[in-house]
Write a protein that binds this ligand. Structure first.
Ligand code: AMP
Ligand code: ZN
Length: 114
């Protein structure tokens, strides 16, 4: 828990979120500024800053394998997009690692812009 971290505050229940899933390792909630009809954030309960600091193999596998399950649960049967922004030049704004899950619209192309 980092006291000045937005996502730690959401995990602690100090700030609201539209939660769609949680387990012992992660919580999943709706992005407040969705870039697609479905836009979820998969957020580990541990305060890990970014992909540069992620060294937990179990957590990594857990998050990756959760993505298709969440997508299916959201009715995204025709595909989805996963984005991880890392560091300021990678577009990361919240420095608590999170995976974006996007879908429900047409997400053609390489999709470097979100
Ligand atoms: P990133 O640029 O990868 O760090 O993404 C941060 C994401 O967090 C953005 O898509 C924001 O819209 C989203 N976000 C910021 N504040 C909140 C919040 N309070 N609840 C849900 N999502 C948020
Ligand atoms: Zn945090």
């Amino acid at each position: 828990m980092s006291t000045d971290c937005l996502f730690c505050k959401i995990i602690a229940g100090e700030l609201p979120s539209e939660q769609v899933y949680s387990d012992e390792k992660v919580i999943v909630f709706k992005d407040i500024n969705p870039k697609a009809p479905i836009h979820l954030l998969i957020v580990p309960r541990d305060h890990i800053i970014s992909l540069n600091e992620l060294d937990n193999d179990d957590l990594t596998v857990h998050m990756m394998r959760l993505l298709p399950k969440l997508a299916k649960g959201q009715g995204l049967n025709n595909g989805f997009r996963t984005v991880i922004n890392t560091g300021p030049a990678g577009g990361q704004i919240v420095f608590h690692i999170h995976l974006h899950l996007l879908g429900g619209g047409s997400l053609d192309g390489a999709g470097f812009s979100m």
